[in-house]
Design a protein around this ligand. Structure first.
Ligand code: FES
Ligand code: FE2
Length: 452
């Protein structure tokens, strides 16, 4: 069933490209030559999600954002501003910070002790008088990159002349404002290393065509068949999948299926009340969440009915996938490997709104309140694992994502075959096509004003 789609133009005059018929040669997933083109055309030009603002609460707090061969150090300075610099010492290039997260008074290179302030300004050089050339602070400070924040997320851009983050995100900013992601609390931080190109991951999250086959459980609580795709300028995408409904491809069930029943009971809805009228569950959930929210002190008034009940995913070019709900945010981010196009790291952060609970009545605004924001005292440690851990059941990123992870290695392997040359896409894969059209536009330097 072809899914509807819509072109979205940004208010500031950046218009969407009309997608052409994408021709996705296997080489774009498998070769170091294409990987290098992406480095030059995308990673060093585009705004990139570097990390979470909650990791930079106090002056001295820092995190390291590793991407490909590059490493960027992001910190909160003494003045309270956010600074981002290349994590490379100006003496002989040593990568200074190797811990991913921490707090320091100054940035001190462990090799020969050159010390920089949190802005990257060179403060002191041991035995400075023994250098014959001038090592003035200005010329030997750590090299800056652009940095900005939005929605509790920290973004960097290696191109110092690139237009602003607000220009890059355009209408995404007002559209997501009601969610107040900046007030959410991190409840889980996971990274899985995968034998797959970063775009193989992005493609997987950009079509519902595979859902019936590898996520059969979805048929009983969302309607992936009629997902509404939106194609935005600069390569961003959005999809809306109706929630609290069943897949019409399989007919309308007489009773509420078990997964859907488990999702509505915490809201105080009784599945048996919907016998013979299962399609009415979604509308009832939209009403009930508002009522329960009022009772528990969580305000849904800024949200549309769709935002209350449905699954909305924003894919921000190049590599950010945000699944958004009023109660919970997933941020996913595949990062390219330093040298190998067949590998990537896939990060997933889960953030929760601080939802008031009401244990005495058993009501909850999330169907699966395993971890609640108010139960989090310390920042959760990052769990790092690989695909084999997921397959063996030692780690999980939710049942659905685990099912995807099972497939990704085989996708990447198949694209190396002498028997495969290029992908062919259908209308349900329109977001994949749009993404790759814009990859090409970025590689051609036609997507965005650049410094060179
Ligand atoms: S490389 Fe950093 S002080 Fe020498
Ligand atoms: Fe999937």
């Amino acid at each position: 069933m072809p899914q509807p789609y819509l072109y979205r133009d940004f208010a500031n005059g950046l218009s969407a490209r009309v997608p052409r018929q994408a021709s996705l040669d296997a080489e774009r997933y498998t070769t170091t030559a294409f990987m290098q083109q992406e480095w030059d055309g995308i990673w060093t030009r585009s705004w990139l999600l570097a990390g979470l603002l909650c990791d930079l609460k106090e002056p001295g707090d820092y995190f390291v954002f590793n991407l490909g061969r590059e490493s960027i150090l992001v910190s909160r300075t003494e003045s309270g501003a956010i600074a981002a610099v290349y994590n490379a010492c100006q003496h002989r290039g040593n990568r200074i910070m190797t811990n991913e997260l921490g707090s320091v008074r100054a940035i001190s290179c462990p090799y020969h002790g050159w010390t920089y302030d949190l802005d990257g300004r060179l403060l002191s050089v041991p035995d400075a008088e023994r250098f014959t050339q001038d090592i003035a602070c200005e010329s030997h400070s750590l090299k800056p990159v652009q940095v900005d924040t939005w929605a509790g997320l920290v973004w960097i851009n290696m191109d110092l002349d690139a237009p602003s983050l607000a220009t890059f995100l355009g209408d995404v900013i007002p559209e997501l404002a009601p969610y107040r992601f900046e007030d959410m609390v991190l409840v889980s931080d996971q990274t899985v290393t995968l034998d797959a190109n970063w775009k193989t991951c992005i493609d997987n999250f950009n079509e519902q065509y595979h859902v019936d086959f590898i996520h059969p459980q979805h048929a009983s609580f969302v309607d992936c068949c009629n997902a509404a795709n939106e194609l935005w300028p600069l390569g961003h995408r959005r999809v809306l999948v109706e929630g609290y409904v069943t897949n019409p491809r399989y007919g309308v069930p007489e009773e509420v299926p078990p997964i859907l029943a488990a999702a509505i009971r915490p809201l105080g809805l009784e599945p048996d009340d919907f016998k013979g009228r299962v399609p009415e569950v979604r509308r009832a959930v939209q009403r009930q969440k508002r009522l329960v929210g009022e009772r528990l002190g969580f305000d849904y008034s800024g949200f549309t009915d769709e935002q209350v009940s449905d699954v909305l995913q924003y894919d921000l070019f190049p590599n950010v996938i945000m699944t958004v709900k009023p109660e919970e945010l997933w941020v996913m981010r595949p990062r390219p490997h330093p040298t190998d196009p067949d590998k990537c790291c896939f990060d997933k952060w889960t953030l929760r709104a601080n939802l008031p609970g009401d244990a005495s009545h058993g009501l909850s605004l999330v169907g699966d309140p395993k971890v609640t924001a108010d139960a989090i005292d310390d920042r959760p440690e990052r769990e790092v694992f690989d695909q084999a851990d997921v397959v063996a059941g030692r780690h999980s990123m939710t049942i659905t994502i685990d099912q995807d992870i099972h497939l990704l290695r085989d996708m990447q392997a198949g694209m190396h075959s002498r028997g495969f040359r290029r992908a062919v896409l259908n209308e349900d894969e329109i977001r994949v096509q749009h993404f790759h059209d814009w990859v090409d536009a970025w590689l051609d330097g036609k997507a965005w004003p650049t410094s060179s």
